[in-house]
Write a protein that binds this ligand. Structure first.
Ligand code: AMP
Length: 226
């Protein structure tokens, strides 16, 4: 299964992607995580994108398309993948379509997680994650059962906060989403593979809705049958 999760920052793409990854035995490809790891380990790419990430702007398209193409070719993607954070504009969506075609692959579904903007600043500014396993927590909405200890992997004292989860960059990231990313919704709607779920519901309910959508949808078969 090959799917894209779409939604503004804070919509819960990462959390849902991790759940789907376990359920369907597919890989999560989170472009933001890849960049953050490069920044952390101070690679040439990390140095190139560090300031862009901090300010909440988009990394140049050419870097993304090459990175995704190479990532999709790896053997762990043979069952499929969830794209989380890519594509983020129409140029990237078109490049992805071309790239998949060249590789003889297609998308099953694009899932839009719909959320109200007002809640996003609160959602984002309170969140943190376990640096060992990536599980996401929130100061208000999802605290670990024991302070400092990850419920999922049990590691202690490994919680981190993203440097771009501050008010200023969140505002830029939301603006970037509305001006550059939202225009890809009609792109996928016209290909009849766009489905929406209510991201304001609780986490488990959002997962349930996504699973229902994926069960009903088989865009890849439909597209290739045309
Ligand atoms: P995310 O973790 O998805 O919120 O991404 C964090 C940051 O990584 C974004 O604010 C961008 O600076 C960069 N980034 C991630 N994915 C992309 C993309 N597809 N295109 C351009 N920049 C990206």
């Amino acid at each position: 299964m090959r799917i894209i999760l779409l939604g503004p920052p804070g919509a819960g793409k990462g959390t849902q992607a991790r759940r789907l990854m376990e359920k369907y035995d597919i890989v999560q490809i989170a472009t933001g995580d890849i960049f953050r790891e490069n920044v952390r380990t101070e690679t040439p790419l990390g140095k190139q994108v560090e300031v862009i990430l901090k300010e909440g702007r988009l990394v140049p398209d050419s870097i993304l398309t090459e990175m995704i193409s190479e990532r999709i070719d790896r053997s762990d993607c043979r069952n499929g993948f969830i794209l989380d954070g890519f594509p983020r504009n129409v140029v990237q969506a078109e490049a992805l379509e071309k790239m998949l075609k060249e590789k003889g692959l297609c998308l099953d579904c694009v899932v839009q997680i719909e959320v109200d903007d007002e809640n996003l600043i609160e959602r984002i500014s309170g969140r943190y994650s376990c640096s060992s396993c990536g599980e996401v927590y929130h100061d208000k909405f999802k605290k670990p059962s024991r302070p400092e200890s990850c419920d999922k992997c049990g590691d202690f004292g490994k919680f981190i906060r993203r440097t771009d989860d501050n008010k200023e960059s969140v505002r830029t990231r939301l603006e970037v989403y509305h001006t550059q990313t939202a225009p890809i919704l009609p792109f996928y709607r016209s290909r009849e593979i766009l489905k929406s779920v209510n991201g304001m519901a609780g986490m488990d309910e959002v997962t349930r809705q996504i699973e229902a959508v994926l069960k009903a949808e088989n865009g890849c078969n439909r597209l290739s049958a045309e």
